[in-house]
Design a protein. Structure first.
Length: 352
């Protein structure tokens, strides 16, 4: 994938925090007066983007900013409005109100100009089951009037290789597993160089090995300068592959920013492994640790605010003084899930 004007040197997926567009507050469109001010380098930008299906508010005044060069995770439980947002971004449905810009241009109006520069995989590609994987791709490529037929076979071969489908390329698509179909759809999106890839739940239906492969592929594409916008309901997936994330719940944007910022916005928790959980809870509570939970031989709790490392040493000493046998003691890095729970007061795993 070449020709994508990514950042020099490539803000790879692990250049976390290097391409920081600070966490953006819901705000107004940069507008004609300050062209690009808030959206400098943004490949996707929405302003109060809203979609209503009858009485159902699927997307509610969404202000999203996806920086160029990012691997952007669009995270939210099922039913939170991810696919609806993506369909609006790709011009497949009209917003009820609000606006969306993709690669700097208004969607859906500029679709004809914008979409050839965008690869998309949305809710399973339309495949012909009676054709092989390779023949499906040849068809997709042939449908692109700008694709040179003389280099078609090479393009298709490279795309198959890229998604790991070379050896299954001759099989009929109807014999493909869900994961293989997903990869074939991804291969179709990769037939041409793209500035932006929009992938709706790209690892849906994949086994852990398949998920790893897709993650590696996404990292590779990002390293080449392609901005990748991917939706997922899986927190750890976003943490593993994304530089940035936006968190959705019930059609609303809860927060967006770098993954690092989002995770550290939730306070770290103390975790103690001990056979003496009851006594440990008592001692920790005395020392200001709150929200204590016990699971088997593990006690976790939230540290009192402003507690530096010295407090941890004191806590450990207090446990030992109270004859609590400590097997392990430390703080857990706050995760995106903690951030989500802190923002919503509920667990992430709420099905829509
Ligand atoms: N075509 C539609 N007609 C009616 N309701 C819809 C339609 N598409 C989505 N919805 C509703 O909008 C909400 C958001 O759905 P969706 O965008 O698919 O969420 P996600 O992709 O995050 O799982 C859900 O409540 C869903 O039932
Ligand atoms: Mg969806």
């Amino acid at each position: 994938m070449h020709g994508a004007p990514g950042p020099p040197g490539g803000a790879g997926p692990h250049a976390r925090g290097d391409t920081v567009e600070g966490r953006s507050k819901p705000g107004s469109w940069p507008g004609a007066t300050s062209e690009g001010a808030a959206g400098e380098g943004a490949v996707i930008e929405t302003a109060a983007l809203t979609k209503r299906f009858g009485r159902q508010l699927a997307v509610d005044r969404l202000d999203l900013v996806v920086p160029r060069g990012s691997v952007f995770g669009f995270l939210g439980p099922n039913g939170s409005g991810k696919t609806t947002t993506i369909r609006m971004l790709m011009g497949l449905i009209e917003p009820t109100s609000g606006a969306a810009r993709v690669l700097g241009q208004e969607m859906p109006r500029a679709g004809r100009r914008v979409l050839p520069r965008v690869g998309a995989l949305i809710e399973g590609p339309a495949l012909y089951g009676f054709l092989s994987g390779r023949d499906n791709l040849l068809r997709f490529d042939a449908a692109d009037p700008t694709a040179d037929p003389r280099t078609r076979a090479a393009r298709v071969g490279a795309a198959l290789e890229r998604v790991g489908l070379t050896s299954a390329a001759g099989k009929k698509a109807r014999a493909y597993s869900l994961g293989m179909k997903q990869r074939l759809g991804l291969a179709a999106a990769l037939l041409r160089p793209r500035e932006l890839l929009v992938l709706d739940e790209p690892t849906n239906g994949l086994d852990p090995q398949g998920m790893r492969e897709i993650r590696a592929l996404v990292r590779g594409l990002a390293a080449e300068g392609t901005t990748v916008f991917l939706s997922s309901h899986l927190l750890d997936e976003i943490e593993q592959v994304c530089t940035h994330a936006a968190v959705m719940a019930q059609g609303r944007l809860l927060t967006q920013g770098t993954v690092r910022e989002l995770a550290t916005s939730a306070r770290a928790r103390l975790a103690v492994t001990t056979p003496d959980t009851a006594e440990a809870v008592r001692v920790l509570k005395e020392h200001g640790v709150h929200d204590l939970t016990v699971t088997d031989d593990r006690v976790t709790g939230e540290l009192p605010p402003g507690g530096p490392a010295a407090d941890l040493a004191d806590l450990n000493a207090a446990l030992v003084r109270a004859d609590v046998r400590v097997r392990s003691f430390g703080t857990e890095r706050a995760s995106l899930e903690d951030a989500f729970v802190a923002l919503t007061g509920e667990g992430f795993d709420v099905a829509g």
